[in-house]
Design a protein around this ligand. Structure first.
Ligand SMILES: Nc1ncnc2c1ncn2[C@@H]1O[C@H](COP(=O)(O)OP(=O)(O)OP(=O)(O)O)[C@@H](O)[C@H]1O
Ligand SMILES: [Mg+2]
Length: 232
């Protein structure tokens, strides 16, 4: 399995925000993580990517435990965190070089050029990140997630706040990347999930309430109907 979570639980103080979360994503699949605000999607992604270390249960990425072998696991992961934290004073090219150095990417100049082409950053690569529009900042976030050519991508709301043209572009990029990588992304758009994914994992109040193949959904048991039941 590319991503395997077993019985993950996480509390903040006496609030349990994740309860016994278990699911798997097969190699080469695109999976969506869905759930209302505050359901626990970002917290779970922070655990998978090694940002949060204080939790119960196990998470493995490409067979590497994120808690026991974090460096090997992190080499396999590209992560676009929620709200896409970047250094606004850095130039785009400078930032991508910096991230590439952290991952010890060989032939870094060539790789940075490849990323700039792949996520279409050519026109802004000489600008500082703080001067970019949201869509271009999102692309920089994707480029930094991809620079070490990870097998698994964890993308926390990659399409949030994008205009329709940029949405189309990011969707085609996710589809293209999904041909060679395993992707888990969170979203609030059921349409986007139906269009892009093979698998949907739905979480509500820290508990998995559905884990389904999109192809197995029916009119009666659709993503919409599962969501409606959550709010009843
Ligand atoms: N650092 C923290 N300290 C205390 N509580 C936290 C912290 N981070 C998250 N939480 C709580 O954990 C719960 C899950 O939050 P999380 O951000 O994972 O939800 P989410 O599913 O990503 O929501 P959204 O769709 O709004 O992004 C929420 O109740 C949130 O308030
Ligand atoms: Mg979130």
């Amino acid at each position: 399995m590319s991503i395997k979570l077993s019985n993950i639980s996480k509390s903040y103080g006496n609030q349990e925000v994740l309860h016994n979360i278990s699911f798997e994503v097969c190699p080469g699949e695109i999976a969506a993580f869905l759930g209302p605000n505050g359901a626990g999607k970002s917290t779970c992604m922070r655990i998978i990517t090694g940002w949060l270390t204080d939790y119960a249960g196990t998470a493995t990425i490409c067979g590497h435990s994120i808690s026991e072998d974090p460096i090997a696991a992190k080499r396999c992961i590209g992560y676009l965190p929620e709200n896409n934290p970047l250094y606004p004073e850095m130039y785009v090219r400078e930032y991508l070089r910096y991230v590439g150095q952290l991952y010890q990417v060989p032939n870094l100049n060539g790789k940075v050029d490849e990323m700039i082409e792949r996520v279409k950053l050519r026109e802004v690569c000489g600008k500082t990140i703080g001067t970019l529009s949201k869509g271009f900042r999102q692309r920089v976030g994707l480029a930094q997630a991809l620079i070490h050519d990870p097998q698994v991508l964890i993308l926390d709301e990659p399409s949030s706040g994008l205009d329709p043209n940029q949405l189309t572009e990011i969707h085609s990029l996710i589809k293209e990347l999904g041909k060679e990588k395993t992707i888990l992304f969170s979203s609030h758009s059921l349409q986007e999930v139906s269009d892009l994914c093979e698998q949907a994992v739905i979480i509500h109040k820290g508990v998995i309430v559905a884990n389904t193949q999109i192809s197995e959904l029916t009119k009666e048991e659709s993503l919409e109907s599962i969501f409606k039941k959550l709010t009843q």
